[in-house]
Design a protein around this ligand. Structure first.
Ligand code: GLN
Length: 225
């Protein structure tokens, strides 16, 4: 067995494993922790404001966006998280996590709020009752280079109804009733997918996100911030 490297104070140098948190209030936390570790990060659970302060990046997992929104308020993480997103914290939201990052939600619960920051309108449970789940191989070149497509598993997933001018569209559904719908986007340090790469054993989306985190940490270190 090898000893894991001791984390050092301050920003890690490029090539080190950045500390990436997974919001651990509800949802498939364990799968994201494993995918982040495989993707080159040191993955930690985040349940409290002090834990949030210690991360270089954060994953918002799938689950139920209304529940996660409520729990964020209960544990006092909502405002600290909004603040860090505004300061440029890299965040990856999957499914319910995408909803939480969206500036605008269609078909949300009556009192549903989001953290916002990502200039998109999402439609919640967009695939409808007949197509509550959907699977497809999607090219995701921005994150995987010219590697094979990513197996995209959609579970009561949202899609992006509309994206602002600075949002980069990374993937659209290729076939079936939702063909053409936007399901992966990036906007500055924010990444979001309608689907769940953490359950497929393919760590390339997480690896791509860890690269975004490393870039941000490296940039901050270069500025002496
Ligand atoms: N339908 C859920 C919501 O609205 C998202 C589903 C998921 O994360 N798998 O939050």
């Amino acid at each position: 067995m090898t000893t894991p490297p001791t984390p050092t104070a301050g920003a890690p140098a490029a090539g080190d494993r950045p500390v990436v948190g997974v919001l651990a209030l509800q949802g498939d936390v364990r799968e994201h922790l494993a995918a982040l570790e495989a993707g080159g990060a040191r993955a930690v659970r985040v349940r409290r404001p002090a834990e949030l302060e210690a991360v270089d990046g954060l994953v918002l997992p799938g689950g139920e966006s209304t529940t996660i929104d409520r729990l964020l308020r209960v544990v006092g993480l909502r405002e600290p998280l909004r603040r860090r997103v505004a300061q440029g914290l890299p965040v990856y939201g999957s499914c319910a996590g995408m909803i939480l990052l969206a500036d605008r939600v269609l078909d949300g619960a009556p009192d549903q709020r989001t953290l916002g920051g990502l200039d998109i309108t999402v439609r919640r449970n967009a695939f409808g009752r007949q197509v509550a789940s959907w699977e497809e191989d999607l090219p995701l070149d921005a994150l995987t280079g010219d590697g094979p497509p990513v197996r995209a598993v959609f579970i009561r997933a949202p899609w992006v109804e509309d994206a602002g001018p600075d949002v980069e569209v990374l993937a659209r559904v290729g076939s079936g009733p939702a063909a053409g719908r936007i399901v992966a986007v990036r906007h500055g340090a924010l990444l979001a997918t309608s689907f769940h790469p953490e359950i497929t054993g393919d760590d390339r989306v997480h690896r791509g996100f860890v690269a975004m985190v490393r870039e941000r940490v490296g940039g901050r270190a270069a500025q002496g911030a």
